[in-house]
Design a protein around this ligand. Structure first.
Ligand code: IDP
Ligand code: MG
Length: 142
């Protein structure tokens, strides 16, 4: 059964600062995921807090919002067969010390917080996260 999905993806400020945007985009393209939209943004604190609102009760929430606003990040919409899980497989585990070899987090993360990339965790999350950053007119199916 074909399940074409979309995922929000973010190359986080730590990975942008390290200069590995291109290497991460190459992995996305080599995996056969289509990039339908892309924008470099520098989030304000309220924007990061809104994006991560599901985590507002967590002990790391304030620190996470500060981290996400420390510099620009690259937001993207990815599309493909089973795109949500495939992008999370490329990312690796949240804690880079537990991430499988050759995953993006294993290769580029610096800490459990500064872990290089974000991916939607379900179709329901993707349906909230994609319009948080992109209007329909900015998404280019092909
Ligand atoms: P995910 O990004 O793999 O989906 P989540 O549990 O949704 O992981 O957490 C969102 C983000 O919050 C993580 O990517 C990471 O940047 C940060 N984070 C998660 N757990 C911790 C922690 O225990 N300490 C500090 N930051 C954390
Ligand atoms: Mg998550």
């Amino acid at each position: 059964m074909s399940t074409i999905q979309r995922s929000l993806a973010i190359i986080k400020p730590d990975a942008v600062a390290k200069g590995v945007m291109g290497q991460i985009i190459t992995r996305i393209e080599q995996a056969g995921l289509k990039i339908l939209a892309v924008r470099l943004i520098h989030m304000a604190h309220d924007e990061a807090a809104g994006f991560y609102a599901v985590h507002r009760e967590r002990a790391f929430f304030a620190s996470l919002c500060t981290f996400m606003t420390q510099g620009p990040c690259l937001t993207m919409v990815l599309e493909g067969e089973n795109a949500i899980q495939r992008w999370r497989d490329l990312m690796g585990a949240t804690d880079f010390r537990k991430a499988a070899p050759k995953t993006i987090r294993a290769d580029f993360a610096s800490s459990i917080e500064a872990n290089a990339v974000h991916g939607s965790d379900s179709p329901e999350s993707a349906a909230i996260e994609i319009p948080y950053f992109f209007s329909a007119l900015e998404i280019h199916p092909r």
